[in-house]
Design a protein around this ligand. Sequence first.
Ligand SMILES: [Zn+2]
Length: 104
Amino acid sequence: MNYTDLQVVIKEVCGQSACSRCKKKYLESDINIVGTTKNEAVFMAHCPCGTNAIVNVSVKRKQANITPHERQWDPINNKITLNEVLDMHNFLTNFDGDLQNVFK
Ligand SMILES: [Zn+2]
């Protein structure tokens, strides 16, 4: 995902996502990019209330070269299961900080 795509996606995340605790919508300055692939992005949203959230966005492209107005994106809003939380805990426990290896 290039810089232009990320800007569009982050604006959409801010417009449609809110803190699960205080319900405040995120500002662009609250969003940090964890990593991206061609059609997905993972963000860490830091709310001023102290709550953090991981936001995963999948982008569906209609064609190879598209303008920002032609993009469609859908946030992944599935409920997180206990096993997914445990998997992430185990992943983070063993994570060495090398993001390049994570997104290979
Ligand atoms: Zn909050």
